[in-house]
Write a protein that binds this ligand. Structure first.
Ligand code: AHR
Length: 560
C-alpha cells in the first residue's frame, strides 16, 4: 500500500472546482413514510427504552501533531510572548477547549510520532537538540518557517502535560515503533508514570516541574504502521505490538494500549493483525484496549480517479455536487465501523478490543489556509460543520463499539476546531459543532428513528440521492439531547418529534446555519458562522420544529 506521505510527496494540484449556485439542485423530494397530518414532512421518534450504550466522552477527543503550524503558533506561543498564554500555551485555545469539555488529546502524531525521540523533548530547554521534522521533506513545506521544518523540541512531554492540565483533559501518547526500540517505550512510560522519587526518570521529571507522576493511561503503539509507521505487514506489526506491550510496568495504574489499525477499508489489515494475535494467544486480546481506524474523506472525483492529489476538492470553493459528495464520503464511516467490528469478531469473539477512530475528517487540496505557510491547514466551512456533526452522530450511534475518537487535527490543520496565527484566533464552524455536541458526552445513547424525504440531486447529470436527515439521541435522567443534521442545501424540514412514553416539558434549540453554504469564520470575520439558541415554543407529546436547510441543530428536551 502506498502511504499518504508518498501520495503527498507526489503532489500536483487538480483542476479548480466550479462554484455553482444553490439553484442547480434537482428539487424533487419524496417522503417514504407517507404524508403527516400536520403538514410535516419529517418524523423523528426517540425510543428511550432502547438503550444502545453509554457514549464514551472520549469519542469527543482531539489530536495534536508536530506538523505545520499545529504546535508552534497553534498551541505554543512561548512564556515570554505578548500573546496571552498560560505557561507558554495559548490562553484562548485553553479557554475554548474547556468550553467543549475536551476529554482526551492524542500527541505527538501522526506520522511524526514514529520519528520522535521523546528524550529530545524533556530536560533543560537550552540543552534540547534541534532535529529535522518528519514533514520537512514535503514539497509543500519548503517555504515554511524554520520552526515548522526543524523541530526545536521546545514543546515536549512536560509542556504537553501542562497543556492537558490547563485544559482538564487526559493525555494520549503515541509511541515510536518504527525507529525506537521497545525499551524506549517502557522508559517513556517510566518517565511519565513512575512514582515521585522512585527512579532517575522520576527525578528528571521532578526537575522539570512535576514530582508527581502524570499517570498517562492511553498509549498508542505506533501510528499508521501499514505506512509511515514502518510499512509493516499486519503480521509483522502484530509481532511488534506484542513485543512493545509485553510487561510494560504499570506503576499501579493500568495502561490502555491502542494498536495501529486500518486505513479506511483495509479489511486485510484488521484480519491479518487479529488473526496473528489469536494464533499466538487469544488471551492477549484483553490487553489491547483499542484498534485505531483512520478515515479521511478526500475523493471528490465521483469515481473518476483514485489519485490522492487529483481527486481532492477545494475546501472553500465547491458546488452543490461537492457538498453532497463530501458528506457522502464522510458517511462511509458507519460502514467502516460495522465492517471492521465484524472482522474483529471473527477472532475476538467477545469484543475485548474496542474501536478507536483517532484520525477523521475531510482532506482537501492545499490553498485555502489563513496562514499559507502552515502545511495541511485548510479553512473549515459550514459544509465541514455538517460533515463533523454527521460523523459525531455516527459515533454516538455506536457506543458499544467506539471508545475514543479524534478529528485531524485540533488547530491550524485539516478539520480544525480553531485557527490561530500570532495574536489572531478564531473558532471554526467545526469548533462550534463540538461545543453543541458536548452535551452527548457520557449520556445513554438511545435509538432514534428518523424518517425524512431523501434528497435528490444531479451527480454528473445523472440522478443521485442522499439521506434527508441524520442525527443521534442520548439521555441523562429526564434530559434528552437530540442532534440533527439537515444536509439539504435548499429544503426546510418540517419536523415532528415524539419521545415514546414521554412528553416534553420544556426545551431549547441551538442551531448552526447560514444562507451561504461556503460561510466560514476567519481572523477578520470571527463570527460569520455561530450557533443561535432559543427556547422551544412547542412542547407536549409532539414537538414540531422547522429545521433549516444546510444546518446542524441540537435540541435539549426536558421530559415529563
Ligand atoms: O493528520 C495528518 C497525517 O495524516 C498524520 O500524520 C498521519 O497519521 C495521517 O496520514
Amino acid at each position: 500500500m502506498i502511504g499518504r506521505r508518498r501520495f503527498l510527496r507526489e503532489s500536483a494540484l487538480g483542476a479548480g472546482a466550479l462554484l455553482l449556485a444553490r439553484g442547480s439542485l434537482a428539487r424533487t423530494s419524496q417522503f417514504a413514510g407517507g404524508v403527516l397530518s400536520s403538514g410535516a414532512d419529517t418524523r423523528i421518534e426517540v425510543l428511550p427504552g432502547e438503550v444502545l450504550g453509554t457514549i464514551s466522552p472520549n469519542i469527543y477527543g482531539h489530536f495534536l501533531e508536530h506538523i505545520g503550524g499545529v504546535i508552534y503558533d497553534g498551541v505554543w506561543v512561548g512564556e515570554n510572548s505578548k500573546i496571552p498564554n498560560v505557561g507558554g500555551i495559548r490562553r484562548e485555545l485553553i479557554e475554548e477547549m474547556r468550553k467543549i469539555q475536551a476529554p482526551v488529546v492524542r500527541y505527538p502524531g501522526g506520522c511524526f510520532a514514529d520519528s520522535y525521540d521523546w528524550r529530545d523533548g524533556v530536560g533543560p530547554v537550552e540543552k534540547r537538540p534541534r532535529r529535522t521534522n518528519f514533514w520537512n521533506n514535503e514539497d509543500d513545506t519548503k517555504g515554511a518557517p524554520a520552526n515548522h521544518r526543524f523541530e526545536s523540541n521546545r514543546f515536549g512531554t512536560d509542556e504537553f502535560m501542562r497543556f492537558c492540565k490547563a485544559v482538564g483533559c487526559q493525555p494520549y501518547l503515541a509511541a515510536n515503533v518504527r525507529s525506537l526500540p521497545a525499551q524506549e517505550f517502557s522508559r517513556w512510560v517510566e518517565y511519565c508514570n513512575s512514582p515521585a522519587g522512585s527512579t532517575s526518570l522520576a527525578e528528571q521529571r521532578a526537575a522539570s516541574g512535576s514530582a508527581e507522576p502524570y499517570d498517562v493511561r492511553y498509549w498508542g503503539v505506533g501510528n499508521e504502521s501499514w505506512g509511515c509507521g514502518g510499512n509493516f505487514t499486519p503480521q509483522e506489526y502484530a509481532a511488534e505490538f506484542r513485543r512493545y506491550t509485553t510487561w510494560v510496568p504499570e506503576y499501579g495504574h493500568p495502561l490502555s494500549f491502542i494498536a495501529s489499525g486500518p486505513n479506511s477499508d483495509d479489511w486485510q489489515w484488521t484480519r491479518g493483525f487479529f488473526e496473528e494475535i489469536a494464533r499466538k494467544d487469544k488471551g492477549l486480546f484483553s490487553s489491547i484496549f483499542g484498534w485505531a481506524l483512520h478515515y479521511y474523506a478526500w475523493n471528490l472525483s465521483r469515481g473518476r480517479s483514485q489519485n490522492w492529489d487529483e481527486a481532492k476538492g477545494d475546501a472553500v470553493q465547491f458546488d452543490v455536487q461537492d457538498w453532497y459528495e463530501i458528506l457522502r464520503e464522510g458517511n462511509q464511516l458507519e460502514a467502516l465501523i460495522e465492517g471492521h467490528w465484524q472482522a474483529m469478531r471473527e477472532f475476538d469473539s467477545e469484543h475485548a478490543v474496542k474501536l478507536v477512530v483517532d484520525e477523521w475528517g475531510p482532506w482537501y487540496r492545499p490553498g485555502s489556509a489563513l496562514t499559507p505557510e502552515n502545511f495541511l491547514e485548510q479553512v473549515p466551512t459550514l459544509r465541514d460543520a455538517l460533515f463533523s456533526a454527521m460523523t459525531l452522530d455516527t459515533l454516538n450511534r455506536h457506543p458499544e463499539k467506539v471508545t475514543l475518537a479524534s478529528p485531524a487535527q485540533l488547530v491550524n490543520c485539516l478539520n480544525s476546531l480553531y485557527l490561530a496565527h500570532e495574536d489572531r484566533f478564531c473558532v471554526t464552524p467545526v469548533g462550534h459543532v463540538f461545543e453543541m455536541y458536548s452535551a452527548h458526552q457520557g449520556g445513554q445513547a438511545v435509538r432514534a428513528i428518523i424518517s425524512a424525504p431523501s434528497i435528490h440531486y444531479l451527480r454528473d447529470d445523472k440522478p443521485a440521492s442522499f439521506t434527508g436527515m441524520a442525527g443521534s439521541a442520548s439521555l441523562r435522567g429526564r434530559d434528552l439531547t437530540l442532534t440533527l443534521v439537515n444536509p439539504s442545501v435548499s429544503e426546510t424540514r418540517e419536523t415532528e418529534i415524539t419521545v415514546r412514553g414521554a412528553s416534553v416539558l420544556s426545551g431549547k434549540s441551538i442551531n448552526l446555519c447560514h444562507a451561504d453554504l461556503h460561510a466560514r469564520n476567519t481572523f477578520d470575520l470571527r463570527n460569520a458562522v455561530t450557533p443561535e439558541s432559543k427556547d422551544l415554543a412547542a412542547t407536549g407529546k409532539v414537538v414540531r420544529i422547522a429545521i433549516a436547510p444546510a444546518s446542524v441543530t441540537r435540541l435539549a428536551l426536558h421530559l415529563a
